[in-house]
Design a protein around this ligand. Structure first.
Ligand code: HEM
Length: 456
């Protein structure tokens, strides 16, 4: 990503960064800790879905199923997207994090929150659920404190607007969650299924989806070599309509107002369509040949569109067929989560090698295993990346189909594929740089002598 023009000012930057890396970039350990934890979270998500597959076929709202949902949305998706925000907010705004320690602290707190909350719900241990909720409540405040000054920057375009919205979405969703956790301890109110669904909409779209929409508007031009005006209309529309639609839809669900819910759903759908239109424009203008990243990104968008279609189908039939309608809602949420999961896995194969490459260059590693200048492609196996594509896509398809049709073996298969993806992606992206570091030639005075970014 091109360095932002703004001077970094005071804050937590990576002191040992090699030349050519943007000045505001954080210590690489911060985003890499989130992304590594996200791979572990995916393994836990897979195990959880495998274990609860039978219950999900009987009652998709049963507590163990809620636990599996939260391993997915909190320990995997939120963990990965929070890592992306810690990397890209400083780079895009040109303003650093306030504190590296706070970056690591929020990662540790989010690990605690995203594992304790589902474990507490799944194993019916309210104390653990309560501790998880408290950790989540503190973690989002730390994240807001750390990213806040960078997000106050002006004139950096729609990506920053998206990240502000995403942070607001994180706060709203998490504190709604804290209220839900409180309700579980002390029965504060009668929670309706609509309020539960409102949390899903806020979390998936106002928070995580909006973060992806913003980050993608910066990453697609770089990874596809596609020049699209950063303030293109489709991008500007998507960064507003996705979060605004999600908030209005959630308000409509909570207040049981069909007009508000319908209006919010229409706005959200328009935002999602604008996001897909922006993707189409990037794909048409790309100068890079078709590659696995493109296939990941297109598959992710297809999952979003399929999710919208299923959500519409659910809204049409739910009054007449409550059970089938509820299962379709669950499948639509799974496809929406699939939109983000496929995108996260696909972008991880670009972003992690990019960060690892900077780390290796900062340590003076100049060549890859074949003796040529170190490239991104030296830092992971393309064959295993293809396996990850197959397993992620298969998992999303099996989970949505398993939930929609209440067929337990399909949901169980999705669990196996999700866990497999977590293992393969984590190992592929961690072992590649480790192997290169062991074998490659180290230059005598490499820091400050960075070549242009590699093309492979
Ligand atoms: C991306 C963020 C999130 C998403 C997408 C999400 C999604 C959902 C969904 C779909 C349900 C309903 C599940 C069902 O009934 O089958 C739910 C319930 C619940 N969520 Fe979340 N959630 C998120 C974040 C959180 C957070 C951060 C917390 C806690 C701080 C939390 C706590 C809860 C609790 C306690 C319930 C159960 C409520 C009840 O007793 O019915 N969630 N969530």
């Amino acid at each position: 990503m091109a360095p932002a023009a703004t001077a970094p000012g005071s804050g937590a930057t990576w002191a040992g960064r090699p030349r050519g890396v943007p000045a505001a970039v954080p210590a690489p350990g911060v985003p890499l800790s989130f992304l590594g934890a996200s791979a572990l979270g995916l393994v836990a998500t897979g195990v959880a879905w495998f274990v609860v597959a039978g219950q999900a076929a009987r009652d998709v709202t049963a507590d163990p199923v809620v636990a599996a949902v939260h391993f997915g949305v909190l320990a995997t998706l939120a963990m990965g997207l929070l890592g992306a925000l810690h990397q890209f907010v400083p780079v895009i705004t040109g303003r650093p994090l306030r504190s590296t320690v706070a970056g690591y602290a929020s990662c540790a707190l989010w690990i605690a929150a995203s594992w304790m909350l589902p474990l507490g719900i799944g194993l019916s241990t309210p104390v653990v659920t309560g501790l998880g909720g408290a950790a989540a409540g503190i973690a989002v405040l730390v994240v807001g404190w750390n990213l806040g000054p960078a997000l106050l920057v002006r004139g950096k375009g729609p990506a920053v607007t998206a990240m502000r919205w995403s942070l607001a979405g994180a706060l709203i969703t998490t504190y709604l969650g804290v209220a839900f956790v409180g309700d579980r301890q002390a029965s504060w109110f009668a929670l309706s299924a609509r309020a539960d669904l409102a949390m899903g909409v806020l979390g998936l779209f106002a928070w995580l989806g909006t973060a992806y929409v913003g980050v993608a508007s910066k990453l697609w031009p770089m990874f596809m070599l596609a020049h699209l005006e950063a303030r293109a209309r489709s991008v500007r529309i998507s960064v507003w309509l996705v979060p605004v639609g999600a908030v209005v839809l959630a308000a409509g669900l909570i207040s049981a107002s069909p007009v508000l819910a319908g209006g919010g759903a229409a706005v959200l759908a328009a935002g999602a369509i604008a996001h897909v239109v922006a993707l189409g424009a990037h794909v048409r203008r790309r100068r890079r040949a078709r590659d696995l990243h493109l296939v990941f990104v297109l598959t992710s968008a297809a999952s979003l569109v399929a999710g919208m279609v299923l959500a519409l189908a659910a809204a049409i039939i739910i009054a007449a067929h409550p059970r089938a309608g509820r299962d379709l809602v669950a499948a639509a949420l799974a496809l929406s989560g699939g939109w983000l999961l496929v995108a996260l896995v696909g972008h991880a194969h670009k972003v992690v090698p990019f960060i690892a490459w900077s780390v290796l260059r900062a340590r003076g590693v100049v060549t890859g295993p074949n003796g040529q200048a170190l490239g991104f492609a030296d830092l992971y196996s393309a064959r295993w990346a293809l396996v990850s594509y197959g397993s992620t896509t298969g998992a999303v398809a099996a989970l949505s189909l398993g939930l929609a049709t209440a067929v337990a073996p399909l949901t169980g298969l999705a669990g196996i594929l999700l866990a497999l993806t977590g293992v393969v992606v984590g190992a592929n992206l961690a072992l590649g740089p480790w192997r290169v570091a062991r074998r490659s030639r180290v230059a005598a005075a490499a820091p400050g002598s960075l070549d242009p970014a590699p093309t492979r």
